[in-house]
Design a protein around this ligand. Structure first.
Ligand code: TEU
Ligand code: CA
Length: 569
């Protein structure tokens, strides 16, 4: 029975904690994180203060793409546990006031899914049209699209004499959303989980589900071998129609939250997904800030982001969502991205300070913040010397492409992998300085970051000045100050080369957030219009802040401050 509650926007005041189950906590010593392991850590998650847990895929999968290749949407992957384990997790989480959202991966399935096995058997099979098949053009692939994981996005199958589309690995065939039977199957899967009482979905590359019917060639960018599929597959002609149908048929009947992953989507396009009047999704993950350090070959580069670009991108998203009744998702990292303190901060001399600064910068913006497991500890990137120590399909593909297509040298290739591999986020959670960082009594499926002796939950829980307790304060301030949810964003001193400052305003008060990206101490003059206001220090990541006068802040390297200024009666 679906919950016919009026949909509430509880997610606007929530903070989400993302768990990559394989890497979170191993309860049975097989080296793989599992659902019972998550249950063991619910008190830790509750102590942090978050409201929602997002689980990366937990379904049956051959793990070609670590669960983003699903072969049974209604079965729990045997490595993670059983359906009873999941139901126990959901029940225990709800008892603690924690909501759980699942990862909905319906742009594609695994090639091991029974639907695909039937689809590829014959053009006449009723399931054939569940996927996207095209006849060869002049004996070749139907167009020049490349897969996200290297090679062509088309795979030829002799039995049917056609190519099928896979925007990701060839073991991840794209579903044909033009087929109403496919859409009904997806809605059925969603109701299956929603009727168990889950609290929503993160929707994997949901903006790719509607492809342009002419499947046009794409431009060859980032020195790739094949054309980009973004123009032909991102934000396609029927995507909003499909999502409004999904909302009407399923989501509107439940009190749930949705966040759609939307690569290659501008703020203006994203507003069409998240404008609550359109009844599609509550928010989307964009990638504009994730692309600021892309280089000649795209993601795998040794370029560093520029603060000016970060200010431009974040400000654009804040203003567009505000104007269009939309809502932001706020994140620095996830299971696909490098660790924030390594990518945007300083993970050596100023690791703790810069981790706290990055948390401050993000958590006072408009939107729902997402904390990826270990971010609350200031966990860092890893640097495995040998490519064989990496697991991720994307990493292995780029290694091969850089070697065989671009003939780059091993040192440069490994440098870009150290900086950008998705395995940076997937090394086991660091619980203690015990063997395997307390993650497993067995051999972890992916090596633990050797810095777990210094960086781990146990040591941070016993240190009142740790990143963990700072994140706890960030979350508490969001819960306690309505202005963090509702205030209007305004960037301050935009041209400052070292400082990112902004305000959030309502009719009576302003939040002033000042964050330094400099590795040197900075004397910062508060802009005239703000320095005259009475203000209260809400949060700071260094003690010096206690002794400041009203006009000048002396910020330590990566210093951060949050003030509440009274403007009205
Ligand atoms: O990621 C989609 C996506 O855009 C990624 O390919 C991203 O661009 C890339 O990982 C950046 O390096 C989603 C999932 O989050 C990812 O884990 C899956 O591999 C992918 O879809 C296919 O399901
Ligand atoms: Ca296990």
């Amino acid at each position: 029975m679906s919950k016919m509650n009026k949909r509430k926007d509880w997610w606007k005041k929530s903070v989400v904690y993302q768990i990559y189950p394989k890497s979170f906590n191993d309860s049975n010593g097989d080296g793989i994180g599992d659902i019972q392991g998550i249950i063991e850590k619910l008190p830790y998650i509750k102590k942090l203060g978050v409201d929602v847990i997002w689980l990366n895929p937990i379904y049956k999968s051959p793990y070609v793409d670590n669960g983003y290749d699903i072969s049974d949407y209604k079965m729990i992957h045997e490595d993670l546990g059983t359906m009873r384990d999941f139901e126990e997790l959901l029940s225990e989480a709800h008892k603690l006031g924690l909501k759980i959202i699942l990862d909905l991966v319906v742009n594609h399935t695994s090639s091991e899914h029974p639907w695909f096995k039937k689809s590829r058997s014959s053009r006449k099979d009723p399931y054939h049209k569940y996927y996207i098949w095209k006849d060869p053009v002049d004996g070749h692939e139907p167009n020049n699209w490349g897969s996200s994981f290297g090679g062509s996005a088309w795979e030829y199958v002799e039995d049917v004499g056609q190519y099928y589309l896979h925007l990701f690995a060839k073991q991840q065939p794209d579903l044909n959303w033009e087929n109403p039977k496919v859409r009904e199957e997806v809605y059925n899967i969603m109701r299956f989980w929603l009727d168990k009482g889950i609290d929503g979905f993160r929707m994997d590359v949901i903006n790719l589900i509607s492809k342009r019917p002419d499947y046009p060639d794409g431009p060859v960018i980032q020195n790739k071998e094949y054309g980009s599929y973004y123009a032909g597959a991102a934000n396609g002609p029927r995507v909003h129609e499909f999502l409004q149908e999904m909302n009407r048929e399923v989501l509107s009947h439940y009190d749930v939250m949705t966040v759609g992953e939307a690569p290659h989507t501008s703020a203006d396009e994203a507003a069409l997904y998240t404008d609550e009047r359109r009844k599609e999704l509550d928010m989307v993950f964009h990638f504009d800030h994730m692309h600021l350090d892309y280089g000649k070959y795209g993601k795998f580069s040794d370029r560093r982001f520029k603060l000016a670009d970060l200010k431009t991108v974040m400000t654009r998203w804040q203003k567009v969502m505000e104007v269009h009744h939309g809502w932001n998702s706020l994140y620095w990292s996830n299971h696909d991205q490098a660790r924030p303190v390594s990518r945007f901060g300083n993970d050596t001399d100023y690791r703790v300070q810069s981790a706290k600064m990055l948390g401050t910068l993000l958590h006072f913006m408009q939107g729902t913040p997402y904390i990826f497991e270990g971010e609350e500890l200031g966990m860092t990137n890893v640097a495995f010397d040998n490519i064989a120590d990496y697991n991720d399909i994307e990493t292995h593909n780029i290694y091969h492409e850089f070697k065989t297509v671009h003939h780059l040298d091993e040192d440069y290739i490994m440098k870009t992998i150290h900086l950008k591999s998705r395995d940076n986020a997937r090394t086991p959670m660091q619980w203690s300085d015990k063997e395997n960082a307390g993650f497993s009594a067995g051999t972890p499926w992916l090596k633990v970051n050797p810095n777990y002796h210094e960086i781990n939950a146990a040591s941070e829980l016993s240190d009142p000045d740790s990143v963990f307790y700072y994140y706890q304060k960030l979350i508490r301030l969001r819960h306690n100050y309505e202005i963090v949810t509702t205030g209007s964003y305004q960037i301050v001193d935009e041209k400052n080369p070292d400082i990112y400052a902004y305000t959030r305003s309502d009719e009576k008060q302003k939040l002033l957030v000042v964050c330094s990206f400099s590795e040197s101490p900075i004397t910062y003059k508060i802009p005239e219009s703000l320095r005259v206001l009475p203000r209260e220090l809400l949060l700071s990541n260094d003690a010096a802040s206690e002794t400041e006068d009203s006009t000048t802040l002396r910020l330590a390297p990566y210093g951060a401050r949050v003030y509440l200024c009274k403007t009205g009666a």
